[in-house]
Design a protein around this ligand. Sequence first.
Ligand code: SAH
Length: 274
Amino acid sequence: MTPQPDTTESVGRTYERFAEAGASDALGGNIHAGYWDDDPDVPVAEATDRLTDVVAARLAPGPDARLLDVGCGTGVPAVRIATTHRSRVTGIDASERQVAEASARARRSGVGDRISFRLADAGERLPFDDGHFDGAWAIESLLHLTDPGAALAEIHRVVRPDGRLVVADLCRRERSADDEAVWDGMLRMYEIATIATPEEHRERLAASGWRVSDLSEVGERVRPSYGHAAAAFRELADGLAPAARQEITAAARLMESFGRHPHAGYVLITAVRD
Ligand code: SAH
């Protein structure tokens, strides 16, 4: 009998497939949404870096601050923040391949001495001492966790008092029966555990000891991302074997429907460890 893979391994594999298909190259190496201020013509690869900059501005790390990147992906945000803010960054991810790619990127980056990546499950006890970090961020990773509250409590444990956590994540503006298929499709396709409402995001941070100092719903600033991602998927689909092509074309269709959904939102949250 083949043992069932655990969810974390499985989430890791989703991102590995995504990376294999080259999809993250289309996003400037980031595996997250873009953020558009006022100019809609900014290319998507720039807009994804802009989202990282918005997260970093909320963290406002002092020089040499020790930061934790929860669900670091291929390390593009970590390298950017270590470079622009002179921070020391530790990234964790549940995917071995992401960690290997992130580590290689750090070595090439010129700030490799300030960055390290390790394989760790954000749903488990984190391999760090209490108060080890000055701050933490999580870009589009908490949505994969079956118990995000427990993860937030662990991040709270490893961040020092007064340290900040910045969360950038999808949200569902309202819960209604409308287009349930789109939401279910997104959850299944990207192995997402939950897309929380802004209020649920706020509540679970508060329940795990964080004081939310700002929660902004910026769904309209990230909305163009879905169209760009769908276009990139379609472009990739052409060069793939039939099964992969079918999968990525379905992903493109779903992205488009999600991008049109009026309840598809996005939160940027700054929380402080009291
Ligand atoms: N933050 C990165 C990657 C976002 S994609 C960026 O902005 O580019 C989400 C990432 O979360 C993936 O790399 C995935 O492997 C990771 N992830 C999912 N579940 C996780 C878990 N339980 N623990 C740690 N990382 C996880």
